[in-house]
Design a protein around this ligand. Structure first.
Ligand code: FEO
Ligand code: CA
Ligand code: CA
Length: 633
């Protein structure tokens, strides 16, 4: 998330209702969890049960054969803690040189400049992907989501200048890094030929159905074909043809105006307003001023495809995947060769999407796959109360997406995908974050991180996969595509877990599902991903106060789960005030890269990773086993 993740609250200001237990009694305990047993075949472990403990009856209490490490306890320490027999090392941190001739980061903040940052690792690393080149060489492409002004500037963002904005813009985007395998493991190579910084000013092609649309045209780009930069790059994806997908999330917070601007309609739905959300870009860079460039916000909120092998390649914004606050882009090739991309839109009450390509993947001709993401059909998910679900097409002319209802073209539907999703009747979700597809079985998981407005906002009544009002803890929904086909129209769904606190809320749905215990509890699942062994890795981005509803949960963390038994074990704890986000395995699964984002945010006492009096800095860490074995096994 970003520091302006709460931007939507500007548009929906509402006091939190403290009647937590009351909501449990009224809104949740009467609801029932509907299993989909038969559909799961060998994985049938859900039976009809009260939702409060839905997973209880079904999950085997026996130890999972998949999870071979000893769990770590919750922690409030200012360091990364991994299980016995594992080691964790720092790979790179915000401001480290990305090239041999680049400047070092300075703890004297005024010494850090835009010119330096353009050749340094970006800030707030998030999603990342590992691309093997040969036995000794690989690429790690890493998102740099946003900036913490309170850590970046001596004035903590209160006296911004044009130069400060340029520095912040240079800290956003994507860092592409060459890794080499050395005696001590995988290390970053400053001299590597793939090293590249992509930031908020890097030219990008706009491609797909919305390319050139009037809503994408600006004074600087009257054809609507070339956008400058990418920012708030949250999570990611990778394609089997060797490209990296970076996803633009809370882009709205960078726009504003001191003039009067009409922010009704689509601007309101996307959280775009005139008030400064804190970045101040519009005050110094006219392209972020809504009064001067009202179409500039339409050029963000996309999935961007990057060729990491070619540092000169122009990144491409793939408009066929829709415009919203993208989390990740989980790509899978359907059995018949069509490319399926699952996409979450991270905001309270928004939706889960799916793209299906028109053409099929060609494993023998990678060049032929280059534009598969430009042509296809976008869908949005409806989850029914009975455990069934359906993908609703967002194709122009279907499901009421007609001129009568204000939808003039496919391009306009993609630019205003949220409005189209509402038109077709998509289910409002508890902030969809990452989607992960099981590597060997047609099972899909999506984190629904939390939603304090559930059951409070009138359009967000509790519903099947979002069963708890005022949901501070989050859950993971899972679905099984019909007949195992990712491009099928229908699916069956259930909940894999509900996070909670059994020590504070025992006996209520806020204790969480039965696979949540005092030993593995956490809140706000966010990053998820499978390894090839079928372990589901879960990262948290939640409340780290360790108090009240979150007592005993400590700092944000990473866990590993067996998707069949439901067992969940805590693998790692992060430093003070961080979130753990981003994960990538090497091909042999003996090294795992994870991201520590925003340690020490909002003035919390951290000096991670350098210690002493150093400025806390987001970092990529690499984890290995001392015996050289497979991570997690
Ligand atoms: Fe950047 Fe939804 O997290
Ligand atoms: Ca996230
Ligand atoms: Ca989050």
């Amino acid at each position: 998330m970003s520091r302006f993740e709460h931007q939507d609250e500007l548009n929906h200001p509402r006091e939190e209702t403290p009647e937590f237990t009351q909501m449990v009694e009224q809104g949740v305990s009467r609801r029932r969890f509907l299993g989909v047993g038969a559909a799961f075949g060998a994985v049938a472990f859900f039976a009809m049960a009260p939702i409060s403990r839905s997973i209880a009856a079904a999950l085997a209490p026996t130890a999972s054969p998949l999870l071979g490490f000893k769990a770590v306890p919750a922690s409030t320490a200012d360091k990364v803690i991994v299980p016995e027999g594992y080691q964790v090392e720092r790979l790179i941190s915000w401001g480290d040189p990305l090239f041999a001739d680049a400047a070092e980061f300075s703890n004297q903040l005024k010494n850090n400049t835009a010119a330096n940052q353009q050749r340094q690792f970006g800030d707030n690393n998030d999603g990342m992907s590992f691309f093997p080149i040969d036995q000794q060489t690989a690429i790690l492409a890493v998102n740099n989501e946003y900036s913490n002004y309170e850590l970046m500037f001596e004035h903590q963002g209160h006296k911004m200048t044009a130069a400060d904005v340029q520095y912040a813009q240079a800290a956003h985007g994507v860092s592409v890094m060459t890794l080499t395998k050395q005696a001590q493991g995988w290390r970053f190579d400053k001299n590597g030929r793939f090293n590249r910084r992509i930031d908020a000013n890097t030219p990008m092609r706009i491609s797909g159905p919305a390319k050139g649309h009037a809503l994408l045209q600006t004074r600087a780009d009257p054809k609507g074909e070339i956008a400058l930069g990418t920012f708030n790059n949250c999570a990611n994806g990778m394609t089997p043809w060797g490209t990296y997908l970076t996803c633009e999330e809370n882009f709205n917070g960078y726009f504003g105006s001191d003039a009067q601007v009409d922010i009704s309609s689509s601007f309101a739905r996307y959280g775009i307003g005139t008030k400064d959300a804190g970045y101040s870009w519009y005050k110094f860079d006219p392209r972020f001023d809504l009064a001067q460039e009202p179409n500039e916000p339409h050029r963000f909120g996309w999935v961007v495809e990057i060729d990491p092998l070619d540092p000169k390649a122009t990144p491409i914004k793939r408009t066929a995947l829709g415009r919203f606050k993208h989390e990740n882009a989980e790509l899978v090739i359907a059995e018949d060769g069509h490319v399926v991309v699952y996409l979450g839109d991270d905001e309270r009450g928004e939706h889960i999407y799916r793209f299906v390509s028109r053409n099929t993947y060609n494993p023998t001709d990678q060049a032929a796959n280059r534009n598969l993401l430009d042509d296809g059909e976008l869908f949005v998910a409806r989850f029914n109360e009975d455990g069934s679900g359906e993908w609703l097409s967002l194709a122009h002319g279907q499901n009421g997406l007609t001129p009568d209802n204000g939808f003039q073209s496919q391009a306009q539907i993609l630019i205003h995908a949220r409005l189209a999703a509402t038109q077709v009747g998509a289910t409002t979700m508890d902030r969809p974050e990452w989607v992960a597809v099981h590597p060997h079985e047609p099972m899909v998981f999506c984190t629904l991180t939390n939603n304090k407005n559930r059951g409070i906002e009138t359009h967000q009544a509790v519903n099947g996969p979002n069963p708890r009002a005022e949901n501070h803890y989050g859950q993971i929904v899972r679905w099984l595509p019909s007949a195992g086909q990712h491009n099928a129209k229908d699916f069956q769904w259930d909940l894999f877990l509900m996070a909670g606190n059994p020590e504070v809320h025992g006996g209520t749905p806020y204790a969480g599902s039965s696979n949540i215990t005092g030993d593995n509890m956490f809140n706000s699942p966010d990053g998820i991903g499978f390894d090839q062994g079928g372990r589901l890795w879960i990262q948290s981005d939640g409340n780290y106060s360790n108090q009240g509803d979150f007592a005993g949960q400590g700092n944000n963390q990473m866990l590993s789960a067996d998707p069949k038994t439901g067992e969940i074990r805590r693998f790692l704890t992060g430093p003070v005030a961080c979130e753990i986000t981003g994960l990538a395995f090497t091909e042999d699964h003996k090294s795992l890269f994870i991201g520590v984002q925003h340690p020490g945010e909002k003035g919390a006492p951290s000096s991670f990773p350098m210690g002493g009096a150093a400025v806390p800095r987001s970092s990529v860490m690499v984890i290995t086993r001392t015996d050289g074995g497979v991570i997690g096994a």
